[in-house]
Design a protein around this ligand. Structure first.
Ligand code: CTP
Length: 397
């Protein structure tokens, strides 16, 4: 589960820091990207050269690098990290984390992490230090913030004493991160709609739209990657369905509606990214319509609103997510859509930036929830954005 995860490893100044290179090695082996930051004294225990060679990245320990003249931005590190592992976490660093003290790059990064559950800390100290009620109180405080403890283990300590206080074995640390990285999507049944619908006028003509299906297919792929069970109901596209998805190919809104409703009951979540045609010709001509020298009118009927239909009949624990593309009063209209269709979230496509929306490989969205709060994504490739979207929605499963 650590494959592709961005792990920020914070090393503080304790003898257990000699194991940090092994942590880096194991993380890299598991397919993670690793960035190391040190407290100022940690380099007395482990060399930055070893850590940067293994992590294939420069190692940082101060805000400002005098040699390169560069500013090491703690907020950027915090935003980058999927996981912030502090190993070893010394008594001093733990105390500062518990008390709001921020006198080095590692601590400033710690306070900049937006989601405290991303922080894992592995204490390492002598047994009497570890037992001390103040240290235990500090550890409890961090747990109370939502940080994840990788508990110290019993054994021989650097002092020669025997007891609890040594940093957890490297493989236990990796296993704890691996466990914590398990997605809540694993094993969940998710229905994704994607692409346009084609509404036939006659055997050779249709009403359609420019939807490429790329966003929905990227979401299906991201879900497969975290172990979800995905049904992809797709209108006509030029894309290959991600392997592992159950693909149901449809053409019209009515066909999509039928495919969605017949699978509705057994689903845990619905992500409706299809650009469903709102109207269809009242009647479809059996033969190709010939021009007769005068104008032509096509009468249209309204198509069923698939998202709304699911919203009206969904079970309480089913997560329903719709998309919206608005050209005016975007956020206000998206909020209305959320309410009218009884969705849990609306993902609003941004039309402000070049390279977003239909057909492009990149996109930018905001996700609006029932609390009317909007989460704004960055401008990214649709496949990276899909990962961010499913991570954001995961909390609501
Ligand atoms: N949708 C749907 N069935 C339809 C129309 C839309 O399931 N017949 C879904 C889309 O898949 C998307 C969401 O509804 O998740 C928003 O689609 P949009 O076309 O923007 O909304 P409309 O309901 O058509 O709203 P309006 O035309 O009023 O903007």
């Amino acid at each position: 589960m650590l494959k592709g995860k961005r792990v920020l490893l914070g090393v503080s100044a304790g003898i257990a820091a000699y194991k940090s290179p092994l942590i880096v090695r194991q993380l890299i082996k598991a397919g993670a990207e690793v960035q190391v930051i040190l407290t100022p004294d940690a380099s007395s225990f482990v060399t930055p050269l070893t850590l940067s060679t293994l992590s294939k990245r420069p190692v940082f320990h101060q805000y400002f690098d005098k040699d390169s003249g560069e500013w090491n931005n703690h907020v950027e590190f915090a935003k980058w990290a999927d996981i912030f592992l502090i190993a070893p976490a010394t008594a001093n660093t733990i105390a500062k984390m518990a008390q709001g003290i921020c006198d080095n790059l590692l601590l400033a990064t710690y306070y900049s992490i937006p989601d405290p559950s991303k922080v894992y800390f592995a204490p390492a100290m002598d047994l009497d230090m570890f037992k001390h009620p103040q240290i235990q109180e500090n550890i409890d405080k961090l747990k109370g913030f939502g940080n994840q403890l990788i508990d110290a283990e019993e054994g021989e300590l650097a002092s020669g004493l025997h007891g609890k206080g040594r940093m957890a074995e490297v493989e236990h640390i990796i296993a704890a991160l691996d466990d914590g990285s398990k997605s809540k999507w694993k094993g969940k049944k998710v229905l994704v709609t994607a692409g346009p619908t084609y509404e036939e006028i006659d055997p050779v003509r249709f009403i359609g739209n420019y939807s490429s299906g790329k966003m929905g297919y990227a979401i299906a792929q991201a879900l497969i990657n975290v172990g979800a069970d995905v049904i992809l109901i797709s209108g006509p596209t030029n894309l290959d369905a991600p392997s592992g998805t159950k693909l149901i190919s449809v053409r019209s809104a009515n066909e999509m509606m039928e495919a969605v409703t017949s699978n509705q009951r057994k689903m845990d979540a619905f992500i409706m990214s299809a650009a469903v045609s709102d109207y269809r010709p009242k009647s479809r001509a059996d033969q190709k319509i010939k021009k007769d020298g005068s104008g032509m009118e096509i009468k249209l009927d309204q198509n069923p609103d698939i998202l709304k239909t699911v919203g009206e009949s969904k079970k309480k624990d089913q997560l329903l997510v719709g998309f919206a593309l608005e050209t005016e009063n975007a956020e206000e209209n998206a909020k209305k859509k959320l309410k009218n269709k009884n969705a849990d979230f609306i993902i609003l496509n941004s039309l402000e930036e070049k390279g977003t929306g239909f057909g492009h490989d990149t996109n930018k969205v905001s996700i609006i929830g029932k609390d009317n709060k909007a989460w704004q994504s960055e401008f990214k490739s649709k496949s990276d954005l899909a990962v961010d979207i499913i991570q954001y929605l995961e909390k609501s499963l």
